[in-house]
Design a binder for this molecule. Structure first.
Ligand code: PBG
Length: 328
């Protein structure tokens, strides 16, 4: 045989051939757009740490969600920023809390968008930790009881998917039982199954005012060095009845996404977090990288690793580009 025996470049020769053999698509239906909601009226406040993202109020978030639906994005993920914080984070289970009001408003604005809500106490507690604090340590089981309360109030407000992000042990089982007992057996759980104690949450914490006053989250979020532990965490949430398993962050943990994908038959989501987004945005603004191409490449890489769904601040921008150029 003459050298070279195979010429892979044959299938890279023209845009049409390349499109034909492309293995991984990024379509609007794969995306989930996070939305931040604060109390008040008429709010559309740009978030400095996340260029292009805004904080809404319940009366303005409906329009933002309807725009997502219009762009073909199936789901939004809500984060609440309450005015009043206390030791337990009681604003989180207020019937008229900010996420609850936002869910009602979104449902009024769009009949079919899937409403997901992040379930965590860190935005609601005065100390900024994700649960009940005793002598500086987050108490696992006491926290679960509070999370169950919040979950029931989210369900009554019309949230379709509850996404607990606090990394408390037994969360999925606890929430599943609490929801089922209250008659909410149709509400799905998207588990932040494998969530690392990551430096890439910085811009989010600034946006959501959820930085811990003291200490860090290493007592409950995972060590970035560990993959086997991540597989175990995912298996636990799978067994406990999670409907979707999530890995977070996404870009630095593609191996973890692939490993979880290989072990479960359930949908896998990955969260391209605030730091991943901000790095690309600020590098592009400096002219260091082509922001548009880097956006597609970063999200495509997460899909290629095995994520069915990608939670990303780029969701709207990607879907707008898709509409304009039919890029996939
Ligand atoms: C709440 C929560 C965080 C994020 C999602 N849910 C912050 C944290 O754990 O500190 C981060 C999302 C992002 O950085 O985009 N626990």
């Amino acid at each position: 045989m003459t050298f070279p025996s195979d010429r892979p470049r044959r299938l890279r020769r023209t845009p049409s051939i390349r499109r034909m053999v492309r293995e991984t698509d990024v379509l609007p239906r794969h995306l989930i757009q996070p939305l931040f909601v604060e109390e008040g009226k008429g709010v559309r406040r740009p978030i400095e740490t996340l260029p292009g993202q805004m904080r809404y109020s319940p009366d303005t978030v409906g329009e933002a969600a309807a725009e997502c639906a219009d762009l073909g994005i199936p789901c939004v993920l809500l984060f609440g920023i309450p005015k009043a914080k206390d030791e337990e984070g009681s604003a989180a289970w207020d019937e008229r809390g900010v996420v609850q009001d936002a869910a009602v408003a979104i449902r009024a604005a769009s009949a079919d968008i899937v409403i997901a809500a992040d379930l965590c106490l860190c935005e609601y507690t005065s100390h900024g930790h994700c649960g009940v604090l005793e002598h500086g340590v987050v108490q696992n089981d006491a926290t679960l009881e509070l999370l169950e309360r919040v979950a029931r109030s989210y369900a009554s407000a019309g949230v379709d998917i509850i996404a607990p992000s606090g990394m408390m042990d037994g969360t999925i089982n606890g929430l599943r039982v609490a929801l089922d007992e209250a008659g909410w057996d149709e509400i799905a759980l998207m588990a932040y199954a494998v969530k690392y104690a990551s430096a890439f949450y910085g811009p989010f914490r600034a946006a959501a005012e959820s930085t811990p006053q003291e200490g860090d989250r290493k007592g409950y979020q995972m060590d970035p060095a560990n993959v086997r532990e991540g597989i175990r965490e995912a298996a636990l949430d799978d067994e406990e009845g999670a409907d979707i398993l999530m890995v977070k962050p996404a870009g630095p943990y593609l191996d973890v996404i692939a490993a979880v994908r290989a072990k479960t038959q359930k949908p896998v989501a990955a969260y391209q977090v605030s730091g991943e987004y901000a790095m690309l945005k600020f590098a592009a603004a400096q002219g260091l990288i082509d922001g548009r191409a880097a956006m597609w490449e970063s999200v495509r890489g997460i899909r290629r690793a095995g994520a069915d769904l990608v939670i990303t601040y780029f969701a709207r921008e990607l879907a707008r580009e898709f509409r304009e150029h039919r890029t996939t």
